[in-house]
Design a protein around this ligand. Structure first.
Ligand SMILES: [Zn+2]
Length: 340
């Protein structure tokens, strides 16, 4: 599973520090997925009748649950025993990862919780490696590796300057200053079918459309989740299309803040936020703005346009008539009648 995720991500980026950023991304994902109880541990696989034996293959003492893997297993405890933080004093036997994380977050500094997540990732990774013929590494080496990675993650994060500005520019969309391109994204929820739809448009400093998309999304429980997923779709598209300097605009202030925050997002869409943060590390420059609904009208129209689509649609240096109409006024048989 992790190698699959890493493979997906590595296709898109050639930045230096990729391994560390990738690891940072995966530790965040590990935390979220672990908390949700869907990590493919033997306990979970046996519960779904995929395998018969739910036992830990390393210590052969207990079921391999989410909390056993990074915490209760003696192989994990050997690592924690050599850790520089107060982690070695935290008790065993936590009910699940949610309880363990709550316990740790209550007692440790944020930096120590980060170290825990990095260590947990290393332990999970090592376990997978052992199961595929690798050797169990010395706990001291694993602890040193975690410390080095923590430092390199901090350095990699300093390279990236992300700002989130709350702009109140009235109801008028404004073109970006060069060399930026502006990416507006939006989501729409189709209530009768419980589905989400995404729209995005990229424009240059003259306001000309460089690219646009209308795409289908999954069923979601609220509009903010849909907006977060729309943002991921939009930034994936922008990076794939080769844009490297982006001003990203969305209409939900909470979503824009979550994406530009350096604090681990443990919400249901925390993994989507982590994906976005990882993808934008492939950009040279990026900024986030929260804008009023009217400034985001074209992206909104593109999301609505996806309502009746059976497949995702992409346009380069073009957009469907409804989007051009939202931008310019009326669209009449291939000609635009400008209203302003
Ligand atoms: Zn074990």
């Amino acid at each position: 599973m992790w190698s699959h995720l890493q493979g997906q991500n590595q296709n898109q980026h050639q930045e230096q520090n990729v391994d560390h950023e990738n690891m940072n991304h995966d530790t965040q994902l590990l935390s979220t997925i672990n908390s949700l109880g869907i990590l493919p541990t033997r306990f979970n696989l046996a519960k779904r009748n995929i395998i018969a034996d739910n036992g830990c293959p390393i210590c052969v003492q207990c079921p391999e649950t989410e909390v056993h893997v990074p915490w209760d297993c003696p192989a994990a405890q050997d690592v924690w025993a050599g850790s520089r933080t107060k982690l070695q004093k935290c008790p065993l036997g936590q009910q699940d990862m949610v309880q363990l994380l709550a316990y740790l977050m209550d007692r440790l500094e944020p930096e120590e919780v980060e170290l825990f997540l990095v260590q947990a990732w290393i332990i999970w990774n090592q376990r997978n490696s052992v199961l595929h013929g690798g050797k169990l590494k010395d706990p001291g080496w694993l602890n040193k590796r975690a410390e080095v990675w923590m430092e390199e993650i901090a350095q990699a994060q300093q390279h990236l300057s992300i700002t989130c500005t709350e702009r109140h520019e009235g109801n008028v969309w404004r073109p970006p200053p060069p060399p930026f391109f502006k990416l507006n994204f939006d989501a729409a929820i189709i209530k009768e079918r419980s589905m989400s739809r995404f729209g995005a448009v990229i424009r240059n400093e003259h306001g000309e459309v460089m690219a646009a998309l209308s795409a289908m999304g999954p069923s979601v429980s609220c509009s903010e989740d849909a907006e977060t997923m729309a943002c991921r779709k939009a930034v994936e598209f922008a990076v794939d299309a080769g844009f490297s300097e982006l001003m990203i605009e969305g209409k939900s202030v909470n979503v824009m803040k979550a994406i530009s925050s350096s604090i681990l997002d443990l919400s249901v869409v925390g993994n989507v936020v982590a994906d976005i943060q990882w993808i934008i590390r492939g950009l040279r420059r990026v900024s986030f703005n929260w804008v009023k609904r009217d400034c985001n009208r074209v992206a909104h129209v593109l999301a609505i346009y996806a309502r009746n689509l059976n497949e995702d649609m992409y346009w380069m240096e073009d957009a469907p008539p409804v989007a051009l109409e939202a931008m310019y006024g009326f669209y009449i048989c291939g000609a635009y009648l400008l209203l302003c």
